[in-house]
Design a binder for this molecule. Structure first.
Ligand code: HEM
Length: 70
C-alpha cells in the first residue's frame, strides 16, 4: 500500500536493514529515537516531546498517501 514511501518502502537498497514503519513504530522513532529493529537512532535525530494528539496527527500525515505530489 505504501511501497513508494521512503518511510514504509524497501529499505534494503539504501543501507537500512530494519523493517518498515507503521504507526506505533513511527511514534516510537519520533519520541524515543528507536527504529523498528530496536536500535537507537543517531543522537542528531531529536527525541521529540509533543502531545499524543500532535504525534498521532504527525504519523497519520507521514504515513498517508501523497498522490498529488508524485
Ligand atoms: C518532526 C520532525 C522529524 C521527524 C518526524 C523525524 C523522523 C525521523 C525518522 C522516522 C527517522 C528514522 C529513519 C529510518 O529509520 O530510516 C529519523 C532519522 C534521523 N533524523 Fe529525524 N525526524 C525529524 C526531524 C529531524 C531533525 C530536525 C533532525 C536534525 C536536525 C533529524 C535528524 C535525523 C537523523 C540524523 C536521523 C538518522 C538517525 C540514524 O540513522 O541513526 N531529524 N528521523
Amino acid at each position: 500500500m505504501y511501497e513508494n514511501s521512503p518511510l514504509t518502502g524497501d529499505h534494503e537498497s539504501d543501507g537500512h536493514s530494519h523493517t518498515v514503519y507503521d504507526k506505533p513504530s513511527l511514534k516510537r522513532a519520533i519520541i524515543e529515537g528507536v527504529n523498528p529493529a530496536g536500535e537507537n537512532l543517531n543522537d542528531l535525530m531529536p527525541r521529540w516531546q509533543m502531545s499524543d494528539k500532535d504525534v498521532n496527527d504527525l504519523v497519520q500525515f507521514l504515513l498517508e498517501e501523497h498522490q498529488d505530489e508524485h
